[in-house]
Design a protein around this ligand. Structure first.
Ligand code: ATP
Ligand code: MG
Ligand code: MG
Length: 382
């Protein structure tokens, strides 16, 4: 049976490896950490950095197809791997998604709606961005950002200098602040033969810049859901995607959708599919990258996904595991550092009966959040 090579040892690789095993595949992980979440559940591991040519060679020789679970890897390394076997999704898609400037240029050239933006390379272009976008706006590093890191919000002219000093000399992009009604995300998967499947959109809520909850289906008008799916499908087709892709969007107060960013891999906001769909995002991804048929992305239940973050959520583990109705997924990480994603729980409701806020908090039991979701921290540059 074929061996799937997964670049990256995190939880997305772990859950992909578990899905692969169900379908009879073996998985081989490229990671620096022999005890990483994915390595724990895989058949083989090559230890090494993602740009270590010797490690890449050893890894590629043992696998039939390569995929990745992490985007901050060298697209050149992926191109190099493609000389040994297919890389799905391709290095070309990785190159677009790992650089906000390339990503926004791709959206703009392909008529995908997005917030106004302006490339920032120096103080002059920063002031030009402020002029064009108006205040407030968000300054982001073009690369390596996640969980809201590498971003700064600019409300007053005085914030410009501070933000620039914090984030430069990295290449930056300025984005108009979207006064969104909510955030949606769509998981779309495309096969080698061009078959496209799309899960129902979820609605995402963040705390401290980190995804906290996903509600599925997103409680929005059916027409909005359909538009969100159509956007995701059109992005997948324009990228000539093979594999799965997460598309994050804002729904603004006029009912317009603006795409925020894309991730060509399984996505945290798609974890609800693990318990609410017969074929989940990881199954779909493995099927796509191995050239298997893609069944329809059916959802049999409504769901709420809640992330388990750092020591605070893990301190509740004895209560979580004792609460009927909370379906836990842990990632096998030993150290519960603040802000670290340790696992998630899904809470499943009969199809069509996603409750309102009180019902959700009630179902979450020990994980109920007393306060309303917080705003993203003002400056979370790292
Ligand atoms: P992820 O962990 O999803 O990869 P990230 O670090 O790449 O996150 P973004 O998704 O760009 O960062 O931004 C994080 C969050 O900050 C968004 O989910 C949204 O809540 C808020 N945000 C980002 N850009 C904007 C914007 N232009 N207007 C309003 N809010 C924004
Ligand atoms: Mg991101
Ligand atoms: Mg994001």
């Amino acid at each position: 049976n074929a061996v799937i090579g997964i670049v990256g040892g995190g939880q997305l690789g772990r859950m992909s490896a578990m899905a692969a095993a169900k379908l009879g595949f073996r998985t081989h992980i490229l990671t620096k950490d022999p005890n990483s979440p994915a390595a724990q559940v895989s058949h083989g591991v090559t230890l090494g950095a993602y740009d270590d040519l010797k490690a890449l060679d050893a890894f590629a020789r043992g696998v039939d197809v390569v995929t990745f679970e992490f985007e901050n890897i060298s697209a050149d390394a992926m191109d190099c791997l493609s000389q040994y076997c297919p890389v799905r999704p391709s290095g070309h898609i990785l190159r677009i998604s790992q650089d906000r400037l390339a990503e926004k240029t791709f959206f703009t050239e392909n008529g995908i709606p997005l917030a106004p933006w302006h490339a920032v390379t120096d103080r002059a272009s920063l002031h030009a961005a402020a002029e064009t976008l108006g205040l407030p706006f968000i300054l982001k590093t073009t690369r390596n950002g996640y969980d809201g890191k590498g971003q700064s919000r600019i409300h007053h002219p005085a914030d410009l200098e501070t933000a620039f000093n914090t984030l430069a000399p990295h290449p930056l992009v300025a984005e108009g602040m979207v006064d969104f009604a909510c955030e949606l995300s769509v998981m779309v998967v495309r096969g080698i033969d061009g078959t496209v499947r799309c899960f129902d959109p979820g609605m995402n809520r963040h705390r401290d810049g980190i995804l906290d909850l996903t509600l599925a289906p997103a409680p929005v008008e059916p027409a909005i859901s359909a538009q969100a799916q159509a956007l995701a499908v059109s992005i997948a087709e324009k990228l000539d995607l093979v594999g799965i892709l997460g598309v994050e969007m804002f729904l603004d107060h006029t009912g317009a959708l603006l795409v925020n960013e894309i991730a060509p891999r399984p996505h945290n906001s798609g974890h609800w599919t693990m318990d609410a769909c017969p074929v989940d995002q990881f199954d779909m991804h493995i099927r796509a990258v191995t050239g298997m048929p893609l069944p329809p992305a059916i959802r049999h239940s409504d769901a709420v996904m809640k992330n388990l973050i750092g020591p605070d959520d893990m301190a509740l583990w004895p209560q979580i595991i004792g609460t009927p109705g909370l379906l836990p997924h842990l990632y096998g990480k030993e150290e519960a550092r603040p802000g670290r994603k340790m696992g998630h729980v899904n809470c499943i409701f009969p199809f069509g009966s996603l409750p309102g806020e009180l019902g959700i908090q009630d179902a979450l039991g020990p994980l109920a959040t007393k306060s309303t979701p917080e705003e993203v921290t003002e400056t979370s540059a790292e």
